[in-house]
Design a protein around this ligand. Structure first.
Ligand SMILES: N[C@@H](CCC(=O)N[C@@H](CS)C(=O)NCC(=O)O)C(=O)O
Length: 417
């Protein structure tokens, strides 16, 4: 039977238990018809959590509140759960990063975000302090993630779940690209995590905040309709951020705008035909696939691009470099209808070079890809001049994973199709 989790949908604190449940094969369901400010103020609810806050987990042995404790409880339902790490020191590191997420990241996000949502009064100095503290935390995290794919060990742990949910809260609401771009490893980590199937199933599609919410003139009351009945606990000089759920309108799915690439004049090149030819050609690749490519290539409807990673000297660890490319290709998923790509990881020893070839619908690197896939900025993009035979030959070599490539061995070649 499923355990019942009391919370509204879209609550990052509830996500922690739901994601831990996915990794642990445990059934946890959100309570039906939860209404913030009503369901969590009933006498029955207050018996489970006298604070009247969500999430709360009902178990056969009693209720548990505090989202990190709930996530741990859920994870412990699976024996020897790798989410806790696989040695004593790993267990300690998992706890270390869970506490870091709770005490170094969460309060910074709250103190930056909540005054701007009008939940607590705005003060410029408070905001400056919140930003400085967040930057210090993200800087430290960035250093750790420069040589680690996950926070602890070589797979997802509870620490990744808790930290990602806390980062999500900030990145989706207030930490725009211009804030996070100073921390490229944190960005890579965050997008890799939220694209893991077990995260995606719970959180859904994540979009980074495009702007910092403007300061509200007056602190708005929290969302609960019965707010006047709730005792105000916050002292005047240092109000504690009141953690309330996202306003309903922020959670409503946005209507999907039409992709401008669908409005281009029709092309004689059918991208899927090329992808099929590429996948099905097992022998005589040059004669069949490469020749077929140029036969079907439509230079008016499509363009070819070379990309070159700008920070190759950072690619010092092979599996981190490979994961970087893997994450990039996952994030390109939104362009599948309009693109084909090859990414080469070049070199037999570190630092590895990342170079790629992309075929895009239209004459430009599509704007929606530039806007939505943060990795794009990490590469230099150069349009292929197909009247230049040397460039054409480079295209062929990249499509074919030719080795050596420009005199070097390939560590790996990945295809986006
Ligand atoms: N430290 C708690 C925070 C819980 C919390 O602040 N919950 C908010 C929603 S995210 C809430 O229930 N607010 C209602 C209230 O303050 O009355 C946890 O991690 O579970």
């Amino acid at each position: 039977m499923a355990l019942v989790l009391h919370s509204g949908a879209g609550n990052k604190n509830a996500f922690k238990a739901l994601i831990a449940a996915e990794y642990s094969g445990v059934k946890v369901e959100l309570t039906k018809d939860f209404e913030m400010g009503v369901s969590n103020k009933t006498p029955e609810f207050l018996k489970m959590n006298p604070l009247g806050k969500v999430p709360v987990l009902e178990t056969p042995d009693g209720a548990v509140f505090e989202s990190n404790a709930i996530a741990r409880y859920v994870a412990r339902l699976k024996d020897d759960n790798p989410l806790f790490g696989s040695s004593r020191i790993e267990q300690a590191h998992v706890e270390q990063w869970v506490d870091f997420a709770a005490t170094e990241v969460d309060p910074g996000v709250a103190w930056y975000l909540y005054p701007r949502l009008g939940f607590i009064p705005y003060a410029h100095t408070t905001e400056e302090t919140a930003i400085a503290s967040l930057k210090r935390s993200l800087g430290a995290l960035n250093t750790h993630l420069a040589s680690n794919t996950y926070l602890v060990g070589h797979s997802v742990t509870l620490a990744d779940i808790v930290l990602t949910c806390n980062l999500y809260h900030g990145i989706a609401r207030i930490l725009t690209k211009s804030f996070t771009s100073d921390f490229p490893h944190v960005e890579r980590y965050f997008w890799t995590m939220v694209n893991q199937p077990n995260f995606k199933k719970v959180i859904g599609e994540v979009k980074q905040a495009e702007s910092v919410p403007p300061v509200q003139k007056k602190a708005a009351p929290p969302k609960e309709p019965k707010a006047k009945d709730v005792k105000k606990e916050a002292p005047k000089e240092a109000p504690k951020p009141k953690v309330v759920e996202a306003p309903a309108e922020e959670e409503a799915p946005k209507p999907k705008p039409k992709n401008p690439l669908d409005l281009l004049p029709p092309s004689k090149m059918v991208l899927d035909d090329w992808k099929r030819l590429y996948s099905n050609t097992k022998t005589n690749f040059r004669e069949v696939a490469i020749k077929g490519f140029w036969d079907m290539y439509d230079p008016e409807g499509y363009s070819l691009w070379f990309c070159d990673y700008k920070y190759n000297d950072e690619n010092t660890v092979s599996f981190v470099t490979l994961n970087k490319v893997g994450g990039f290709l996952q994030r390109m998923d939104l362009a599948r209808k309009y693109a084909f790509g090859k990414m080469l990881v070049i070199g037999s020893e570190a630092p590895f070079k990342l170079k790629g070839l992309w075929l895009f619908r239209g004459q430009e690197v599509p704007k929606f890809v530039m806007d939505e896939v943060y990795d794009m900025e990490l590469y230099e993009w150069t349009k292929v001049d197909i009247s230049d035979e040397a460039q054409k030959e480079r295209v062929n070599a990249m499509i074919e994973d030719q080795e050596p490539f420009e005199g070097e061995a390939l560590l790996d070649a990945k295809c986006f199709k």
